[in-house]
Design a protein around this ligand. Structure first.
Ligand code: MN
Length: 734
């Protein structure tokens, strides 16, 4: 057992724990409500140390020093043992051979989940400098990290990396600094972690504007000592008054960080010596009511500037910040800012969300209460976001985009193989992802891997999924994909592709028709002439003209007649299949066939069942020839069909009150007045008879009746009525 190792080591040679480990424990002791779990922590310490054995940082130090440093930062913030154990092991999964399962086996689910969360966050790279990407990244951080402690560990990790950034090459250092500025610092601000944000900002400033930073690091300390003397004088009367009232307080003078001072100098276009509001006096009291007493004392000596007074105790800031702020006029007319708050408010102000663990951790009930805490935390975060949306200060405006975090709501965040983040709507599939990457990736997509495993293209993706799209040059989309995609981008591209496909098909067909017709007319040498005179024919391009021929909108003879108005060309007399012409006529009545919402795709009609408008129909996706439309009850697409996934829903593009042509084949025994009887029956329905042909064979009569009906139901009624006519043997749809 690991506990055994711990005891053994503890008793070993000197009987002392390693100094860096002892320091973590000592810092944690500062929180009397949350005693460190020494066993857990030491096992984590040993585990990480062994796992990173032999690895070095860029600085030449053992890698493990980084792990200890991150844990130490968190111990200073009084985070709980679970978090600090996870912090010690935060790079184990990322950088060593151990897996999350290994961590879970030795340290349990809570620790393992935190390590896993931090590892996931580390997978994400933030490349683009676009602000949009930064906003997305922050949103993603929040959504991927189910446990806010994951982000806190990540903050500590980032802080230490920034503290030791000098050993990195300049380009890389600047990239990390920008990422810290755009992503981590604003998020720390949002989570109320003032101290962390402030330190990050200065480290960023140092990397990105080294000259300005150097200058300030020389001049600010001088100015600070000047101010300190001033503050001391300022406080003399206040101090006496507070002591007389018997209120216990602590005084701190608080200077703005270099980054903020620099910004003030730039904004106010003034040198450092002319800037006064770079510090604040902070008075920390024990009890809430003392805050207001002390405020009164300060105001009794120095007149407050009314507009600068803020009571964040009565109305806390959205990130939980509470304090009284007042700016008073001191000797010489200088403004001095005084902040008054309790010790607890001070901790919340400095540590923000991290301060939460200072008072609340309790592991004695198997972690249940702990989980409740986390739930409370997530809702806290949600509330925070809600409140932020109502806040109307300028600062919050800058973060407006971030405030709009639809926490876990309508968006998911998935990763490219390179770790870039893509935002997709809930319900998005690998195809949506592929089209989001690039239209060509989508159009040639043949499969997808999620987290290394091949999945069907219609799988709904989840936040945190890491996707790889498999493409092939030979792959082309098919219209069935429209069922699998949920983004308008993907739909648009597929539809566009289908249109283009149809167009290309028409062009090719047009070319064939042109050549064949000219050959028939023995005018083959006219081909060039016709092709070149597309403008005269009224087309924007040769292709468009050919497409018009292919689609049957233009005949070759009409082109020739236009080209040679003096000559006269006659269209060929074709032997038309009379059946075919009926179907064509019948189908012409409608607006064609709509496939999953697209009109007039490349379609053909099954010769097996000859569907006509009004029939329930279904589409079958052919290889390369678009969609074949069958009657829904056609045997071809019936239960024996092996490739069910190639079926697609289709509808007639009907308008309301549309009528349809149908043809009935009637077989009957020949007799007198048969035709009269039939027509009488039909006319009782108030439908048009388009044509009626009767052919007698021996003593049978075969009739073909073309009717204009308003739907399949009316047709059925008519059929039944004809069926009852004397002598009729069968009435069938054709
Ligand atoms: Mn790290």
């Amino acid at each position: 057992m690991a506990t055994g190792i711990f005891n053994k080591l503890r008793r070993s040679s000197t009987g002392k724990l390693p100094a860096d480990f002892q320091r973590i424990l000592d810092l944690m002791q500062g929180n009397i409500h949350n005693q460190p779990d020494e066993d857990l922590l030491f096992r984590a310490y040993e585990f990480a140390k062994t796992a990173h054995q032999g690895q070095m940082r860029k600085s030449g130090e053992p890698y493990f020093t980084h792990c200890v440093a991150v844990a130490t930062i968190l111990a200073e913030m009084h985070l709980d043992s679970t978090t600090i154990a996870a912090a010690l092991m935060h790079d184990v999964v990322e950088d060593t051979g151990f897996t999350v399962e290994d961590v879970e086996a030795s340290f349990g689910k809570d620790v393992a989940q935190l390590v896993d969360g931090v590892t996931k966050l580390s997978d994400i790279k933030f490349r683009s400098e676009e602000d949009k990407q930064a906003v997305n990244f922050r949103k993603m951080l929040l959504s991927v990290a189910e446990d806010i402690r994951t982000i806190i560990i990540k903050f500590a990790d980032r802080l230490h990396n920034m503290q030791t950034i000098d050993s990195l090459p300049d380009v890389k250092a600047r990239r990390i600094a920008r990422e810290t500025r755009d992503v981590y610092a604003p998020l720390a601000h949002r989570l109320g972690m003032y101290r962390l944000r402030s330190e990050m900002e200065d480290l960023v400033f140092k990397v990105l504007e080294p000259k300005a930073y150097q200058e300030l690091s020389k001049s600010v300390p001088k100015r600070q000592s000047e101010f300190e003397a001033y503050i001391k004088n300022f406080l003399v009367p206040v101090r006496e008054r507070i002591e007389a009232a018997g209120i216990k307080v602590e005084y701190h003078s608080r200077f703005k960080n270099y980054h903020s001072i620099h910004r003030k100098m730039v904004d106010q276009k003034r040198p450092l010596k002319d800037i006064y509001d770079i510090f604040a006096i902070r008075i920390i009291v024990e009890k809430l009511e003392d805050c207001y007493s002390v405020l009164g004392f300060v105001h009794s000596f120095y007149p407050p500037i009314q507009s600068r007074f803020k009571d964040f105790i009565a109305t806390p800031k959205a990130n939980g910040y509470q304090s009284l702020h007042t700016t008073v006029v001191s000797t010489g007319g200088r403004p001095v800012e005084v902040q008054i708050r309790t010790a607890e408010m001070d901790q919340t102000a400095e540590e923000g969300v991290a301060a939460h663990w200072r008072y609340k951790e309790n592991n004695t009930d198997g972690g249940k209460r702990h989980r409740d805490d986390l739930d409370a935390h997530v809702s806290w975060l949600r509330n925070l976001v809600d409140i932020l949306q109502n806040e109307d200060s300028t600062t919050s405006h800058q973060f407006m985009d971030m405030l709009k975090i639809d926490l876990y709501k309508n968006e998911i965040f998935v990763f490219t193989p390179k770790g870039d983040v893509r935002i997709l709507p809930v319900g998005a599939t690998p195809l949506d992802f592929a089209f989001d990457i690039h239209s060509q990736v989508g159009l040639h997509c043949i499969g997808a891997k999620v987290n290394g495993k091949i999945i069907p293209l219609n799988t709904h993706l989840k936040s945190g999924d890491s996707l790889e799209i498999i493409t092939s040059d030979h792959q082309t989309p098919n219209v069935a994909w429209l069922k699998y995609v949920n983004t308008s981008k993907a739909k648009t591209i597929i539809r566009k592709w289908a249109k283009k496909q149809e167009f290309d098909h028409s062009v090719k067909l047009g070319q064939d028709i042109l050549e064949r017709e000219l050959r028939r007319l023995r005018l083959s040498k006219e081909a060039k002439n016709i092709r070149h005179s597309f403008t005269d024919m009224g087309y924007e391009s040769e292709e468009k003209m050919l497409a018009a021929i292919g689609a049957g909108h233009r005949t070759i003879t009409s082109l020739l007649n236009k080209l040679y108005p003096d000559l006269s060309f006659t269209p060929p007399k074709v032997q038309k299949d009379p059946n075919e012409s009926f179907f064509r006529r019948a189908r012409k009545n409608t607006k064609g066939v709509a496939i999953a919402g697209i009109d007039n795709m490349m379609i053909s009609f099954g010769k097996c069942c000859n569907p006509i408008p009004g029939d329930p129909i279904i589409g079958f996706i052919t290889r390369g020839r678009g969609v074949t439309v069958h009657r829904a009850d056609c045997d071809t697409v019936g239960p024996n069909l092996s490739e069910k996934e190639r079926l697609i829903e289709v509808q007639w593009g009907n308008e309301k009150n549309q009528t349809f042509l149908v043809r009935l084949k009637v077989m009957a025994q020949d007799r007198k007045h048969f035709i009269r009887d039939i027509t009488e029956r039909i006319s009782s329905f108030d439908v048009n008879i388009e044509s009626l042909q009767m052919k007698a064979e021996e003593d049978l009569v075969i009739g073909l009746i073309v009717l204009e009906v308003d739907g399949v139901r009316q047709l059925e009624k008519i059929r039944n009525r004809i069926q009852m006519v004397d002598g009729v043997m069968s009435v069938d749809r054709e």
